[in-house]
Ligand binder design. Structure first.
Ligand SMILES: C[S@@+](CC[C@H](N)C(=O)[O-])C[C@H]1O[C@@H](n2cnc3c(N)ncnc32)[C@H](O)[C@@H]1O
Length: 358
């Protein structure tokens, strides 16, 4: 299944990178200001750019760590110290990484937070009706794997980067079996076939193209981080609709943060206001663009926006024109499939180039 992320630019990477080259053929350092899945940062890295990547979500930090800093599995040198791991270690010709995933896949299920809050046999704290994001068996497996990743990190058996890789792998495995239509905003009432499969951690396939040094990852608000950034081009891929990423991907954020927040309401949302995005508000979006454009040490900005966006494209262009010269390109793009079947299948995606002159 891979990523299921609103606005992911996976399929547009080539077009955006060729636009970056059109703007500045000598560019070597690109800022990916709202990096999400990290797939566009990965494409930049594979095209030999140095990347500074930013996103407010913690899961994005883990994806970016894997995509920007690794081109092969880390060594997992200290895992032989984990109790119970000896029968997996040195048993075969596989890498420590693959053996560790097997060890995690084989853990005994645990009735923990995911089981209680997100499975049909659970008894959620704040609502009567059990939620159905995962089958009870999968929820118990997720609980077991989460607890073990947290434990082996706490005892120093894995490094920060190895930790990010395991959380990335768990998020990808969870995406495969989540009982959702497109986002984690709500679960489906009946379990779909995919959700009934057993959760399995699969090894990440690395693109062994090198270029793993010199990148930077910042977790936080682009508006706050902008003054710390410089690059040849700043690519901005903001949310363009009202739906907040923090609310729609709350379960992935909980996996990434390794916590057990209060699960609120029917959907079991974590308290998410600390990751609220101004780009989902028609009133606040201009102030945020203003901070970013003024404070980022960069002359060229390339902004993705959509026909479906909160701001009308002509309004956005006239707003951006106060900072310099603006040009726009249209790309026809297949719409993200969530649960709205009434909308047309293709929409216009815009690439706006702003050359700052202020
Ligand atoms: C359209 S998605 C980006 C998708 C990304 N280009 C990809 O290919 O996966 C928008 C992203 O902006 C992030 N975001 C929203 N507001 C932000 C802000 N003020 N600062 C940093 N990141 C923000 C969201 O968490 C989300 O990941």
């Amino acid at each position: 299944m891979g990523f299921r992320y609103i606005g992911s630019k996976d399929k547009l990477s080539d077009i955006i990178i060729s636009e970056i080259r059109n703007i500045n053929n000598n560019a070597t350092h690109v800022i990916d200001l709202m990096a999400g899945t990290g797939l566009f940062s990965l494409a930049l890295k594979e095209n030999n750019f140095t990347v500074s990547a930013v996103d407010v979500m913690t899961y994005s930090f883990h994806h970016l760590t894997v995509f920007l800093f690794m081109d092969k599995p880390p060594k997992f040198e200290n895992i032989k110290n984990i109790d119970g791991f000896d029968k997996y270690y040195s048993q075969n010709q596989k890498s420590n990484y693959e053996n560790l995933l097997k060890y995690l896949n084989d853990l005994n299920p645990v009735e923990g937070y995911f089981y209680t809050e997100f499975s049909p046999d659970g008894s959620p704290k704040n609502t009567e009706r059990p939620r159905r994001y995962f089958t009870s068996e999968n929820a118990k497996k997720i609980d077991a794997i989460r607890a073990e990743i947290k434990r082996i990190k706490a005892i120093g058996a894995i490094t920060e980067q190895e930790h990010s890789l395991l959380l990335h792998d768990l998020i990808m495995a969870v995406n495969d079996i989540a009982n959702i239509a497109g986002t984690y905003g709500h679960y489906l009432s009946k379990f779909v076939k995919r959700a009934e499969d057993n959760i399995i951690l699969h090894p990440t396939l690395f693109s062994n193209k090198g270029n793993t040094v010199g990148h930077k990852i910042h977790k936080g608000y682009a508006e706050d981080i902008a003054p710390m950034l410089n690059g040849d081009i700043c690519y901005i891929d903001p949310p363009y609709i009202k739906r907040q990423y923090a609310a729609n991907y709350h379960i992935l954020e909980t996996i990434a943060r390794e916590d057990e927040p209060e699960a609120i309401g029917e959907s079991g949302l974590r308290p998410w206001r600390d990751q609220y995005s101004n780009f989902c508000s028609k009133l606040k979006i201009r102030d945020s663009f203003d901070l970013i454009i003024k404070n980022t040490n960069c002359q060229d900005f390339l902004i993705s926006y959509s026909e479906d966006g909160l701001l009308d494209i002509e309004d956005l262009i006239s707003f951006l024109s106060q900072y310099g010269t603006v040009t726009k390109k249209n790309i026809k793009y297949k719409r993200f499939k969530s649960n709205d079947s009434k909308k047309k299948a293709f929409l216009n995606e815009y690439l706006i180039h702003l050359r700052k002159t202020i």
